[in-house]
Ligand binder design. Structure first.
Ligand code: GCV
Length: 650
């Protein structure tokens, strides 16, 4: 029977080399023969070199791969050295060794055979996490790749797909997975009850074999919903002892448990505010309950008022996360990690980097990205996020530290997963690059986006230079194209309400979500400078000054920070209105070029992949034209300013 899922970048195919010798794997010291590193190496070598005889330990073999565990390395570090006669992979633990094996395999495939390698690698970020928004009933919030492969009708599913999932994550170095939605609903509330322990234990054990800790999103009010207490007040001793007992039971019953992920006081989820407590009170209470077991609380900073009055121009959602958490810096326990969305709003195609990254100097933090393409084309449009993630990690906060980038400030990164039970896991094959790239960047953030994609293409589709060149062109240009034909200049939110797909310029304008563009006949954008909402002041100088004025604000964020007339001249020399018109036409043309290039790949890609891509490009072009025509018509009708190129604007 054919598998119900693709192996993605782990579909090892025979190497195009002649190797008629014998191969041996030699396990030194503490390396157990049945650990994941050894099993992965066997899987890889027997598929890559099917004609070679593979043995254990034979000194006479013509090529020997030696596996070792070395105490002087960090547990997730590895060293890799290889030449034509053999390779030595040394891990700081079995997990480090596993990462070394995956790196070695990657190298064999991308180099097309045995090669010289010498490298030592330590992951840049200790926490590298995937957050699934899967619900217990099998649906996925903002899921664009089918249903959940973790849950169905309230049951936890463990199958061969789960094993392949763990291998995929481990192969790119992801070491934590929160398997359920941060909006904890339905049966998921009861995941922390004995009903689920047996299956959770099996899953935790399975994941741990591949170096991955299992996290659960929990309901902050579980003492009430699960425990039947009258309150979930974090300072109430009964609540504290309920969580302590619960933690003891959970960590005793579920192997591989890493801790909890919590969305509190956000979009209807319960939290400490209900009891007049703050987020440090809430997070620390949970952290203390799981601290004896080495558990961590990943606490989200996505806290804002989602019942705003659109007439109120002073309240600014962008300020909310900062205002909530910056005053609490230094009050969080060591096993709390604050998870901060990459921007202050909500995963728009362009936002400034969240100002909390710079200011939380005494708190463990992690950056949160969204691979699920909620606002970035829902995996129907190609939108490669790797350059964006790189940009954010490299962003200088100017917070006075010698090392002051986002990457320097954080100890982890998490991404909302774009996976589901579709054949190719991510709905669109090209969206697989985001999953791959996220993991690779968390491990080795200095890798250029182009190298990561080059690697992903070789591993996924094989070594074909023309294919690579075209896919690289599409992927590397895709974010700019998407931004150009949707909402350029940092404006955001012109999508249809609720499902967030397709254009609706005033869809979020007169609503309660704090998501306004304030467009009228003369001007557009939100004044977030010192005379406006003051958001620009949340950055350290010189950023506060740069963002605070239309003269200095970078064009790509202009309408996020400033309200400017349509006749305002951008740094490019164009007027704002002309830029809006042009970018919509240009973005669509880029998308057309991507679709044309994709079509030219017929025969170079597996038929199913090619057809799936064609359908998605057809939809992308349809939708991009809608964006172009509706957004351009919107601004044309409001401003009354014609296109200087005389194109039809409706
Ligand atoms: C899980 C946005 C999404 C919600 C999501 C929320 C969050 O608002 O639209 O679906 O909820 O972000 O990140 O918690």
């Amino acid at each position: 029977m054919e598998a119900a899922y693709s192996k993605l970048w782990l579909d090892y195919k025979p190497l195009d080399i002649t190797f008629s010798g014998s191969l041996a794997i030699r396990c030194l010291k503490g390396v157990r023969r049945d650990c994941a590193a050894v099993s992965e190496l066997i899987t890889a070598l027997s598929a890559l070199l099917p004609q070679a005889e593979l043995t254990f330990g034979a000194d006479s073999a013509s090529y020997i791969v030696e596996l070792d565990i070395g105490g002087y390395l960090g547990p997730e570090d590895y060293t890799l050295s290889a030449d034509e006669r053999g390779a030595t992979i040394l891990g700081g633990s079995e997990t480090g060794l596993l990462y070394g094996v995956f790196a070695y395999t990657r190298e064999l495939i991308t180099e097309g055979g045995f090669t010289r390698i010498s490298r030592r690698v330590s992951p840049a970020l200790p926490l590298r996490m995937l957050d699934h928004w899967d619900n217990a009933d099998g649906s996925i919030e903002r899921g664009y790749s089918g249903s959940s492969f973790f849950f169905k009708n309230g049951e936890l599913i463990i199958s061969d797909r789960t094993v392949h999932y763990a291998r995929l994550l481990a192969s790119v170095g992801i070491n934590a997975a929160a398997i359920n939605n941060v909006n904890v609903r339905g049966d998921a509330v009861r995941f922390i009850t004995p009903d689920y322990y047996r299956k959770l234990d099996m899953l935790g054990d399975l994941l741990e074999r591949w170096g991955i800790k299992l996290y659960l999103s929990v309901d902050f009010s579980a003492p009430m919903s699960v425990g039947g207490l009258p309150s979930a007040d974090p300072l109430d001793p009964r609540v504290q002892s309920w969580w302590k007992d619960k933690a003891a039971e959970l960590f005793r019953s579920v192997r591989g448990l890493g801790g909890f992920l919590v969305k509190a006081d956000s979009e209807g989820q319960p939290g400490p505010y209900a009891y007049g407590r703050d987020h440090a009170d809430g997070a620390n209470m949970l952290a203390r309950a799981i601290q004896p077991y080495g558990g961590k609380v990943i606490w989200r900073c996505f806290v804002y008022n989602c019942s705003q009055n659109w007439r109120d121009t002073r309240t600014d959602r962008a300020c909310a996360g900062y205002n909530t958490f910056a005053p609490l810096d230094g009050r969080f326990d060591d096993n709390v990690i604050l998870q901060i969305k990459n921007g202050p709003m909500d995963f728009q195609i362009r936002e400034p980097v969240h100002p909390l990254f710079g200011v939380m100097k005494q708190t463990n933090t992690a950056a949160e990205f969204q691979l699920a393409q909620e606002y970035t084309g829902q995996q129907l449009h190609v939108c490669c996020l790797i350059p964006m993630i790189k940009e954010i990690l490299a962003f200088k906060t100017y917070n006075g530290r010698d090392k002051d980038t986002v990457l320097d400030m954080i100890s982890g990164a998490a991404a909302v997963s774009n996976t589901g039970d579709s054949f190719c896991w991510t709905g669109s094959e090209l969206a697989g690059a985001n999953l791959y790239g996220f993991g690779r960047l968390c491990f080795e953030p200095s890798l250029p986006a182009e190298d990561i994609l080059d690697e992903w293409i070789s591993l996924t589709f094989g070594q074909n230079e023309e294919l690579k060149e075209k896919l690289l062109f599409i992927l590397l240009g895709s974010r700019d194209a998407y931004e150009s034909y949707t909402v350029p200049l940092g404006l955001g939110w012109m999508c249809k309400p609720n499902h967030h797909y397709g254009p609706d310029p005033w869809g979020y304008e007169f609503d309660r979500w704090g998501t306004y563009n304030r467009a009228d006949r003369d001007a557009v954008g939100v004044d977030r400078g010192p005379g406006g909402t003051g958001y620009s002041e949340l950055y350290y100088p010189p950023l506060s000054d740069i963002y605070g004025s239309a003269d200095t604000c970078p064009d790509e964020l202009l309408l996020f920070f400033c309200r400017v007339p349509y006749t305002h001249v951008l740094k490019s020399g164009k007027t704002l209105i002309q830029h809006i018109y042009d970018s919509h036409f240009e973005g669509c043309e880029q998308a057309e070029e991507f679709a044309r290039l994709w079509r030219s790949l017929e025969g170079s890609l597996p038929e199913q992949v090619f057809k799936n891509g064609c359908e998605r490009f057809r939809e992308q072009l349809r939708c991009a034209a809608e964006w172009r025509d509706i957004v351009n018509a919107f601004f044309h009708r409001l401003s009354g300013i014609p296109d200087e190129k005389g194109r039809k604007l409706y």
